[in-house]
Design a binder for this molecule. Structure first.
Ligand code: BG6
Length: 255
């Protein structure tokens, strides 16, 4: 409606930046719900940003999903990225292998000539196994490295879409519905107010860890993710959001 006629992309970026209280917003044209090509463009923008922001010797924490995978696909070597270590932000979250943070971190390293570390932690751990796993020297080493990350790159998903994609139990689906979860990032599910209503048990980054990082690059688009992005950006993003016109307009129209 009104918003559509009023704003060009640059104005839209500024309006959304202010609305979400972020440092920077980058919007690509189109809507990822409508075309795969738009996700590629978000990937290109993410890859460009990583190239510009990279410092030699840095650690980059990488989350999973198709959008962060699109960023990885667009990456290329630079002297700084060659001296970057890519580390999965969290252990297994029940995703298909090619959408796992582990795989995407290794893909970024492959594309840039950088290095990577893996965190082979199964999902759905019992409390006891979980405690044992995080004491493993190999896992502890990667977790220590993760604590020094300068940049995090992550996606945002719709809560129900992510729960279904992870083949979650009926019980969890019911819980998320009851708690009116709208979005998910890093294995945390949020309601519209940005409150955590469920967290998946795996090792890796906690939301508090994000506070220490210099850059948090959130990449998510498509009008269907509007509520998820709005909810999560109020708590977890704070830095840079790369999104598309479809999501941006939908967020501002609902505001
Ligand atoms: C998952 C991440 O792999 O991807 C989630 O663990 C994120 O935190 C999701 O929400 C986003 O997926 P996509 O495919 O919509 O980019």
């Amino acid at each position: 409606p009104l918003i559509k006629e009023l704003f060009g992309l640059t104005e839209l970026e500024e309006a959304l930046r202010r609305h979400l209280g972020l440092r920077r917003v980058i919007i690509v044209s189109g809507d990822a719900d409508q075309s795969q090509w738009v996700k590629k463009e978000m990937g290109r923008a993410g890859a460009r940003l990583l190239r510009e922001e990279a410092r030699p010797g840095q650690v980059v924490a990488v989350a999973g999903g198709t959008t962060v995978a699109a960023v990885a696909e667009m990456m290329a070597p630079t002297p700084q990225l060659k001296e970057t270590t890519f580390v999965p932000a969290r252990g297994g979250l029940g995703e298909a292998v090619e959408l796992e943070a582990n795989y995407i971190a290794s893909l970024m390293a492959k594309k840039t000539g950088g290095s990577y570390r893996l965190m082979h932690v199964p999902d759905q751990l019992s409390e006891e196994t979980y405690r044992t796993v995080i004491r493993e020297p190999h896992i502890r080493e990667v977790l220590e490295l993760l604590k020094t990350a300068r940049i995090a790159v992550h996606g945002i998903g719709g809560a129900m879409e992510m729960a279904v994609r992870r083949k979650s139990s009926m019980e969890l689906l019911r819980h998320l519905r009851e708690k009116e979860a709208v979005g998910e990032a890093f294995g945390y599910y949020f309601n519209r107010q940005g409150e955590i209503v469920h967290r998946m048990k795996t090792v890796g980054i906690r939301l508090d860890d994000l506070q220490r990082m210099e850059r948090i690059i959130s990449v998510a688009g498509g009008a269907s993710k509007a509520d998820a992005i709005a909810a999560i950006c109020s708590v977890a993003c704070r830095d840079t959001l790369i999104t598309d016109e479809g999501a941006a307009r939908a967020i501002l129209e609902k505001a």
